[in-house]
Design a protein. Sequence first.
Length: 212
Amino acid sequence: MAGKFISFEGPDGAGKTSVIKILGDELQAKLGNQLMLTREPGGNSISEAIRQIILDPKNTQMDARTEALLYAAARRQHLVEQIIPALDRGQVVLCDRYVDSSIAYQGAGREIGEREVWNMNQFAIDGLEPDLTIYLDIKSEEGIRRIMEHRTGEINRLDVEQLEFHQRVRQSYLHLQRAYPQRIKLIDASQPLDVVISMVKKTILQKYPNLF
Ligand SMILES: Nc1ncnc2c1ncn2[C@@H]1O[C@H](COP(=O)(O)OP(=O)(O)O)[C@@H](O)[C@H]1O
Ligand SMILES: Cc1cn([C@H]2C[C@H](O)[C@@H](COP(=O)(O)OP(=O)(O)O)O2)c(=O)[nH]c1=O
């Protein structure tokens, strides 16, 4: 596969959406149609439909393993429909969340077990890991504070989880980063957005010196 697969990870409120928007605009100007921006779990009609089921506040009774399987199913479809064809075309793929989100949120957040969720996801991703993962690290209290401060009325099921859930998620991301330091690069996302963005660019340039 000729392309480059870069995923963005982090707790809610870390700034992934903001960073990808600004970096995406900048990269678009340079790469044009060589760039693909996408996000988990959506990006195609099947994955979007699965996402609606997962995030619907009516489905609070959903079993944690059911949730993990649905995320993996949405991931598989997104991989086959969007990511693999883009990489085959030689595109640079920036993806908002991928398999590490399931390890952190379902494995640790919902306490199913990180190893179990990782193993189950191998069936979905069939060995296709990102070339580079940008992990935006933020303390749970700060991530939640940012989301509450800028809330526009939309509330999804995961937003109402307790602080401890978000703390488990963050600790899991930190463990993943320590376990896979070559792939996962940590950025301190508590800094102002322009600083975070320049750190992300610097990190991407270390791996791909001519990308920007
Ligand atoms: N570095 C930052 N400093 C302060 N506020 C930020 C920063 N990055 C993002 N925000 C704000 O925090 C909120 C959550 O950011 P967002 O990009 O949606 O995060 P995520 O996609 O990781 O959940 C938004 O309102 C955004 O404007
Ligand atoms: C991809 C993925 C997301 N999630 C969660 C994380 C988020 O709370 C939510 C995605 O909602 P989204 O609106 O995309 O949030 P964000 O802007 O923070 O990425 O789904 C999982 O629990 N497991 C997963 O595998």
